[in-house]
Design a protein around this ligand. Structure first.
Ligand code: SF4
Length: 492
């Protein structure tokens, strides 16, 4: 693969880019973040927030400090004032950000669940399909306990291609733009496919992290314009900031987007939001019920409504939602139904729900694959055709895969299908796309949380999910242990 350990690339802004960047304004944001458990252990958190943890919870978490079961070592703890206030009326929201001693009872799981370094040609960039994913920052305004980027956020060390071990680095504009320009030059010269990898033009970039929306407007603008100048056709911003701190989507930020669109009207911009539960968007009364107006419309949290209106009203960009299905948070078909209905009513698009990844301690968060499918399917029974677009996705090494159907009845004459089957459909390959649309059918296993739980009951596998072999850089092709296949949990 095209792998560059480090480059000494430089980047020179164009006059058009400079003119755009000169228009960018900043706002000072007061997220009122409380970081870590120490403020709760030492009673230094704001007085009204101290009750966020009961005495028993403080004791059970404090006793783990510095041990192998330290919850903060696995995933740092962080919350904004806005999210704390939502959590006061919502158990699912509490569960998203509040660590519990139970979460490190079983630390089984992968440090690098996506084996993402396999696709990293430049520090901080993953190149998959015709798309690149970039780590532009290593934190978020608050931290979700189930995040699959915990190795980046907790600054853990990962093994690199050259065998060295180091913390995962962040993308830099000179390195990334140099890689994009060189890749696309070779693709162009070779008639549309890269001469070595056979990949197409790199035309889409996802800004991710961490959460890009914790960066200031100038840094976000600099990424947008540098990517546009490099010929990127479509940019996604993966963010949960709309849930954690919706005021971030304020006038100066929206103005910056407008100036970007005026300067680069040919570039598509897409916000990939991350709402797990309707409690993150809807106002509740003191009894915990959703507030309705006199016509029966559910009322949004005012700041979230404003922020969404700000994005949606720019008709030239799209706003989509994607979220994992997490135990105790949103494995609830009624909640998912309300979330999908409200998000579409506001003008957004329901994109994906994900099965949880096999991150370290994943058993505390993941629901079985078949349960996730049934929950989403049940939620969509109450939705209209325009509200029910979201699919359930699980990411195999080979590529993004849809959990397409789970049947309940035996299939007559098919051995192994006595309890019904699960049908997986490959949506895209990680490197290219020859197998899109191919399916894999396995006999049901209601306890399965990952592909290896079906390894003994594969009935049909034209997608090649169970005989997939990874090819390494040195040309060796070790058989992939099914148990180490990756899954998805977080943003982007
Ligand atoms: S899931 Fe997303 S918002 Fe949550 S901690 Fe991970 S990257 Fe941040």
């Amino acid at each position: 693969m095209e792998y560059i350990v480090r480059t000494k690339a430089t980047y020179t802004q164009t006059e058009r880019e400079k003119a755009f960047l000169e228009t960018v304004e900043e706002t000072r944001h007061e997220r009122e973040i409380v970081t870590g458990l120490a403020p709760f252990f030492n009673e230094r958190a704001p007085e009204d927030m101290m009750s966020f943890y009961s005495n028993d919870e403080v004791v059970s978490l404090r006793v783990l400090k510095g041990t192998d079961r330290d919850v903060e070592k696995r995933m740092p703890v962080k919350i904004t004032r806005h999210y704390f206030e939502l959590a006061q009326k919502s158990e699912p929201i509490k569960r998203i950000v509040k660590p519990s001693a139970d979460e490190t009872m079983d630390m089984a799981g992968s440090e690098d669940p996506g084996n993402q370094m396999d696709y990293s040609p430049v520090e901080g960039l993953l190149h998959k399909y015709e798309m690149g994913l970039m780590y532009v920052v290593s934190t978020c305004s608050a931290h979700c306990r189930f995040c699959y980027r915990e190795e980046l956020i907790a600054r853990k060390e990962v093994e690199r291609h050259d065998g060295t071990v180091a913390k995962k680095g962040l993308a830099k504009i000179p390195d990334v733009t140099a890689y994009i320009l060189e890749h696309n030059r070779l693709v162009e010269e070779n008639g549309g496919l890269h001469p070595e990898t056979g990949r197409e033009k790199l035309r889409e970039i996802l800004l991710s992290g961490g959460d890009p929306m914790v960066l200031n407007n100038m840094k976000i603008a600099a990424w947008l314009s540098a990517l546009a100048e490099s010929g990127i056709e479509s940019i996604r911003i993966g963010t949960k900031e709309m849930a954690f701190y919706p005021k971030r989507f304020d006038g100066p930020f929206l103005d910056m987007l407008d100036r970007f669109h005026e300067t680069y009207p040919q570039v598509g911009l897409h916000f990939m939001l991350h709402f797990e539960h309707p409690d993150e968007i809807l106002a509740k009364d003191d009894d915990g019920n959703y507030v309705k107006d006199e016509k029966g419309f559910l009322q949004w949290v005012p700041d979230t409504w404003e922020a969404m209106r700000g994005l949606i009203s720019r008709g030239w960009l799209t706003v989509e939602n994607q979220s994992p299905i997490i135990k105790g948070v949103n494995d609830d078909y009624k909640a998912l139904r309300i979330l999908q209905r409200e998000f579409k009513r506001m003008g957004g698009e329901n994109h994906y729900f994900f099965c949880g990844r096999d991150i370290v301690a994943y058993k505390a968060f993941n629901v079985p694959i078949e349960t996730a499918w049934q929950t989403l399917n049940e939620s969509q029974k109450g939705l209209s055709g325009i509200e029910n677009h979201a699919r359930l996705s699980i990411t195999h090494y080979k590529g993004k895969t849809e959990v397409n159907a789970v049947t309940n009845e035996p299939i007559p004459g098919l051995k192994g299908a006595e309890n019904g089957v699960v049908i997986f459909k490959l949506l895209r390959n990680a490197a290219d796309a020859p197998d899109r649309g191919k399916v894999c059918i396995v006999g049901r296993n209601p306890d399965a949380v990952w592909f290896d739980d079906y390894a003994d009951r594969v009935l049909f596998d034209e997608a090649g999910l169970f005989d997939y072999t990874r090819v390494t850089e040195d040309g060796k092709a070790p058989a992939m242990p099914v148990s180490s296949m990756p899954q998805i949990n977080g943003c982007g």
